[in-house]
Design a protein around this ligand. Structure first.
Ligand code: ZN
Length: 245
């Protein structure tokens, strides 16, 4: 029997049952396993972990745990004051781009409303999500820990909150996507960018009602949905201000 002591730090405690938070846990293992496998009974998806220290030294997730190991698991390198220590994920993704699993449609719409690039389909299996996340360098957002525990996943986040507004605030706090926020620049339906239509294009629409009422008409480059700054726009504007307050 292998016995190890294990402690989770910072926001990783939110993923543990209340009785196991903020304390050292002794684990009894029947056989040698890797650190990545050790995270599974803890219900901590490995993309949530940025650093593991074993007996005071950083370890990779393929390290095989040994009897007597003292293991500390950290959500990010910020908790450690030592320039010599590098995190598990050395290269952060270049920008805030997400892919959301099928249960997070309402969160996807809100993130798009703020202008963030969010791939979302109401029907998509886990394998396709993981594949696309890798190809397009997107962070997976999900409430399915099993999805994040797949070996091929590198960047992902388990969304804790249930309500979409709370989920949005959580994602904004976690990823700080400030430089990429462009409210009302992206289509909430399809994630396409919204562009201003030229006078000729507007004429071709044959919508005199719109032409009379609004000097500028916008269109989604993806699904061709039309947008204009009517009363609905004002409501959305207020909603965005509320979300970002
Ligand atoms: Zn669209």
């Amino acid at each position: 029997m292998i016995q190890v002591q294990c402690r989770c730090h910072g926001r990783l405690n939110e993923l543990l049952p209340p009785s196991q938070r903020w304390r050292v846990r002794t684990m009894h293992l029947k056989q040698e396993i890797t650190l990545q496998q050790l995270l599974i009974p803890l219900h901590i998806p490995h993309p949530e972990v940025d650093l593991v220290m074993v007996n005071g030294a950083p370890a990779r997730l393929d390290y095989c745990v040994r009897h007597g190991d003292q293991i500390h698991i950290y959500p990010d390198i910020g908790d450690i004051d030592d320039a010599a220590i590098v995190p598990l994920r050395v290269r952060p993704l270049p920008r805030a781009r997400f892919i959301l699993d099928v249960h997070l449609g309402r969160l996807a719409r809100r993130l798009r409303l703020l202008g963030l690039d969010c791939w979302y389909r109401s029907q998509m299996d886990d394998r396709a999500i993981v594949r696309l996340a890798r190809i397009q360098e997107r962070v997976i957002l999900t409430r399915d820990r099993g999805l994040l525990q797949r070996v091929e996943v590198s960047h992902g986040y388990y969304v804790r909150a249930i309500r979409p507004e709370a989920q949005l605030r959580e994602v904004l706090a976690r990823f700080e996507p400030g430089p990429w926020l462009r409210p009302l620049s992206r289509c909430m339906r399809c994630n396409g960018l919204i562009e201003t239509m030229s006078g000729e294009e507007v004429q071709r629409l044959s919508r005199p009602d719109l032409e009379r009422e609004f000097s500028v008409i916008y269109r989604c480059v993806g699904c061709h949905q039309l947008y204009w700054q009517g009363s609905h726009y004002e409501q959305l504007r207020k909603y965005v201000d509320q979300l970002l307050s």
